[in-house]
Structures are given as structure tokens and as C-alpha cells.
Design a protein around this ligand. Structure first.
Ligand code: B12
Ligand code: SF4
Length: 454
């Protein structure tokens, strides 16, 4: 059979300016699920192709030879996923199967647009679903205990641009912050063997990838294991130009780990600082304190690892002043980048259940659920004020002047990237402001109107 997987992107992400902004942010990379499922199907004799909309507009007329269309969903891309699914089913008469993190949280919703929906990690059932041996409309797929049993992502199936290969050496995370959706989707926390990860890296090196990312939710969750991987990367000549990864502040307590990370070129890390207010950290079960955050800032500087500091804006105990204090802190430690993420109650998370019960959700148009938009009623400010804080964070952190400081700290490319993000902050303010004036049901207009009717 011919199976084509599509990873959709929401309307705003397919726009030219957004794509240009994305290229400033990092190298084009893919989600790995469809590449793994595709590999299983290819090994079973099927013809598979994978397409990502994030980087290229797709011409769906060329998908006419497909027997099955597989569509992956995140919350923010689900509206677009359903639009594509409806088009394939209603206009082209295709069989459509939907999966991914959003469909796994809300399978009944996804089923309105698909012949079958797979809930959870798809590896155990994909072949039988495609070949018609499993016919339930909603198929619950059990997680894989031994991750070494599944094939590695097959990048030869990917027909859209990709510059960096993504490795997931684990699934899930041993922590359980209340806003985090991946730990509910990928549960329990599991680790692959170090040998299988090294083999995967060898394949990417041979196939010419210059960049490789560890996209694990928390690459340093098990520090001894991370060290073993890093030592083998160094001794087996498997170091890439620069490797991005996600970590936690607790990694800063281990100097040997920090040195190995730096030596193996894992020199760009996204860490959830979230807030400098201890009450807020406790309210989301973060299990980290202010001293952990400060130490992390100091140590990453010492080992020359670039910190992308992620803050969650809109936690219940946080006021505007708390948010500003957190942004100021990230500035004071010379964080390489700031990622202000508006708290987003993703379906499937405890925070989603709580806000539904408390009647605090403002919109359920999932395309706004991308961590840049306010979708709920915060406690200590109005929703529009929180939206303004998001812009304020960007504008306060990414200033023209700071680009030159970053030049001395991290070099020319970092300076250009910072100037690009400075422009993103200015454009975002103009965009939100002009959208807020339009009476067409967009979120910014809804938030602004709530504010003025107070
Ligand atoms: C790599 C990555 C990216 C990359 C590449 C994404 C792309 N090309 O679209 C980049 C950095 C560009 C990115 C961007 C974004 N991302 Co992202 N990303 C990830 C990350 C870290 C890894 C993905 C991965 O490989 N997972 C591992 C594989 C095994 O899982 P999987 O791909 O989901 O596939 C499994 C199942 O879902 C299922 N499955 C998946 N697809 C399908 C399809 C079918 C037909 C079937 C049957 C089954 C199935 O089976 C697979 C195998 O088990 C995840 C976190 C995570 N742990 O997943 C976040 C994550 C998916 N991203 C997230 C978000 C919010 C975004 C952005 C909105 C961020 C932003 N503000 O810009 C954008 C949206 C992009 C878009 N397409 O519109 C959230 C989604 C939350 C949610 N509930 O919706 C996640 C979960 C991170 C988080 N914050 O919690 N992302
Ligand atoms: S530490 Fe990070 S990945 Fe782990 S549960 Fe918390 S937010 Fe999610």
C-alpha cells in the first residue's frame, strides 16, 4: 500500500514571515513519530512518504496515488489537521488515520475527521491498523516497554526540508509538572540503551547531517547515563557542529556532566526556569528552587553552554511584577535566548482539567494553543494584560543594545539572531495591536474587549 504521512502546521506558521522567523530561531527539524511509524511500515513492504507543512507548502493533488493518509496532530495544528483530513476524505475519497499528542488527548474530536484514530504511541498497532487487521474506530495503543525494539526514524522517507536530525534517547520525564503535556502522552519514563543511541548517531553522521539535536523532554534526567552517552560520542568521533537539548536546572550541580556536555558540543540548552517566585514553582510541582536557578545561570556561563531560558507566563501566584522580575533575572545572567511561554492548558494536562472545572477557559479554538496566546483567565491580571506581558518580555529582553553585548559573549551569528528576535518582538506588538482592533472573532479582539468591558 502507499501511505503518506502529513505533519500539518497552523495557518500562522505557514506564513512567509513566520517561516523566515523560524529560520532565525534554529535549524529545520522534524518530529520523529511519522518517521518511526513509516519505518515500521516500510519494513513490512509498504511504500511510505512523510511531509511536513512547517517548512514547505504542500500540493495535495500530488497525493492522489495514496491508499492511506496518516495525519499527526499537536493542539495548535489540529484545526489544520482536520481541514486536511476532511479534504482528503470528502473530496478525494481517501482513507484517513489520525494520531499524535492532541488526538490522543481528545480522540472523539479527531474521529469526526478520520476513519480511525490511534491513541498514544503508535508503534504497537500501526501495521495492523493500516493492513485492516484492527478495525476499531478508536485504537488504544499500549506503550513500548523496551524502546530498543522500535526502528530508528528513517529520514529517507522525509520529502520536505530538514537540516538537523532529532534523537529521542528517552521517552517522557521522571517529573510531572502540572502544565506539561508530554509526560502524560509519553508515560512512564523510559530510556534507550546507550548502544542503540550511538548506532543512530553513526547513521546520521554517515548520511551527512551536520547538526543533531537531543529532543528528549529532559536529556539529563539520569545524569550517569547522559555522561556515558557523551563519553561515547567523544571517543567514537560522533560530535556534531552544535547539539541542542532540553535540560533541567538540576544538571548544574554536576561539573563533570557540564564539562562533557561542552566537550561533546551540547552547547545550547532549553531549561524551564518558569518563574523566580517560589510559590509559583511549587504551585506547578516543579520541584526546583531559586538557588537551583541561580546556580544554573552561573554554571552554564562558566562552561560556555548557551542557555535558552524558558519562562511560563500566567501562573496563578505570579503578578506582572513577578513576571518582570523573572525576565530581568534572565537578562542579568546573560541568557542566550528567552523563551516566554504563555501558560497553555493543553488537553490531557491537570491544568486543563482544573481550568475547565473552574470555568476559566476563554477559547477552545486549538490553533491559539501554541504558547504565544492567552487562552484562559489568569488570577492576578486580566487576560489582555497577560498578553501584553508576553510582548513586554520579548521587548525587554531582545533590545537593539543587547545584540551588541551578545556579540561579545557569543559571536556574530548570535548577534544577528538577537537582532532578528528584536524585530520579532516589535512585529508581534504591531500584529497583536492591529488584530485586537478587528471585529472578526480573533483572540486578541476577544481579550481586548473583555478588558474594556470591565
Ligand atoms: C521536535 C519538536 C518540534 C520541532 C519540529 C516540529 C515539526 N516539524 O512540526 C519544532 C521545534 C519545529 C517544533 C515546533 C512546535 N512545537 Co514541538 N515539539 C517537538 C518535540 C520536542 C519532539 C517531537 C518528537 O519527535 N516526539 C517523539 C515522537 C516519538 O513522538 P510523536 O512524533 O508525537 O509520535 C508518536 C505519537 O504521537 C504517535 N503519532 C504521531 N503522529 C502520528 C500520526 C499517525 C497517523 C498516527 C497513527 C500516530 C502518530 O505515534 C508516534 C510514535 O509513538 C515535542 C515533545 C515530545 N516529547 O514529543 C514537542 C511538542 C510536540 N511541540 C509542541 C509545541 C507546542 C510546538 C509549537 C506550537 C511551539 C511554538 N510555539 O512554536 C510548534 C508547532 C509546530 C507545528 N508543526 O505547527 C508541544 C505540543 C503540545 C500539544 N499538546 O500540542 C510539544 C509536545 C512540546 C511541549 N511543549 O510539550 N516542535
Ligand atoms: S521537568 Fe520539563 S519535561 Fe519534565 S515534567 Fe517538568 S516541564 Fe515536563
Amino acid at each position: 500500500m502507499i501511505i503518506k504521512f502529513i505533519v500539518p502546521a497552523s495557518d500562522i506558521r505557514r506564513n512567509f514571515l513566520y517561516r523566515a522567523g523560524g529560520s532565525i530561531y534554529g535549524h529545520m527539524n522534524s518530529i520523529t513519530g511519522p518517521l518511526i511509524l513509516g519505518s515500521i511500515l516500510k519494513n513490512a513492504g509498504h511504500d511510505v512518504e512523510v511531509y511536513e507543512e512547517l517548512y514547505k507548502n504542500l500540493d495535495f493533488r500530488k497525493f492522489d496515488d495514496a491508499d492511506v493518509i496518516g495525519i499527526s496532530t499537536m493542539s495548535s495544528s489540529s484545526k489544520r489537521a482536520y481541514e486536511i483530513a476532511d479534504m482528503f476524505r470528502n473530496k478525494m475519497g481517501k482513507r484517513v488515520i489520525i494520531g499524535g499528542i492532541h488526538a490522543s488527548a481528545l480522540p472523539e474530536e479527531a474521529l469526526k475527521h478520520a476513519d480511525q484514530v490511534i491513541v498514544g504511541e503508535g508503534e504497537r498497532v500501526i501495521k495492523d491498523v493500516i493492513e485492516g487487521n484492527i478495525t476499531e474506530k478508536i485504537v488504544y495503543s499500549a506503550y513500548i516497554e523496551n524502546l530498543d525494539e522500535i526502528p530508528i526514524p528513517d529520514y529517507t522517507l522525509l520529502k520536505t526540508p530538514c537540516k538537523a536530525a532529532n534523537i529521542l534517547s528517552t521517552r517522557g520525564c521522571p517529573y510531572s509538572c502540572s502544565f506539561c503535556s508530554t509526560t502524560r502522552m509519553f508515560f512512564p519514563y523510559r530510556e534507550r540503551s546507550v548502544d542503540s543511541i550511538i548506532k543512530e548517531m553513526e547513521i546520521y553522521k554517515k548520511s551527512g547531517f551536520k547538526y543533531m539535536n537531543f529532543e528528549d523532554d529532559n536529556f539529563t534526567a539520569n545524569k550517569e547515563r547522559s555522561k556515558e552517552i557523551l563519553r561515547k560520542m567523544i571517543s567514537n568521533n560522533l560530535v556534531f557542529k552544535e547539539t541542542f537539548f532540553f535540560g533541567r536546572t538540576d544538571m548544574a550541580s554536576d561539573d563533570e556532566l557540564l564539562q562533557l556536555l561542552s566537550d561533546a558540543h551540547l552547547r545550547r540548552v532549553l531549561i524551564g526556569i518558569e518563574s523566580l517566585n517560589q510559590e509559583s514553582l511549587d504551585s506547578i510541582n516543579k520541584k526546583q528552587n531559586i538557588r537551583d536557578i541561580e546556580l544554573c545561570g552561573e554554571k552554564l556561563k562558566k562552561y560556555k553552554i548557551k542557555l535558552i531560558a524558558s519562562l511560563v507566563l500566567g501562573l496563578d501566584p505570579d503578578s506582572k511584577e513577578d513576571i518582570r522580575k523573572s525576565v530581568e533575572f534572565c537578562k542579568s545572567i546573560d541568557a542566550y535566548q528567552l523563551q516566554p511561554a504563555v501558560l497553555t492548558p493543553f488537553p490531557g494536562t491537570p491544568i486543563y482539567e482544573q481550568y475547565l472545572k473552574e470555568n476559566r477557559m476563554i477559547v477552545q479554538d486549538w490553533s491559539y494553543y501554541d504558547m504565544t496566546n492567552v487562552t484562559f483567565i489568569p488570577k492576578k491580571m486580566s487576560p489582555w494584560e497577560l498578553q501584553e506581558e508576553f510582548i513586554h518580555s520579548l521587548k525587554h529582553f531582545y533590545t537593539f543594545k543587547s545584540a551588541f553585548k551578545i556579540l561579545t559573549l557569543f559571536g556574530f551569528n548570535a548577534c544577528i539572531r538577537r537582532l532578528g528576535l528584536w524585530l520579532v518582538g516589535i512585529s508581534a506588538e504591531l500584529f497583536f495591536g492591529s488584530e485586537a482592533k478587528k471585529e472578526n472573532g480573533n483572540i486578541y479582539n476577544i481579550l481586548k474587549k473583555r478588558d474594556s468591558s470591565k
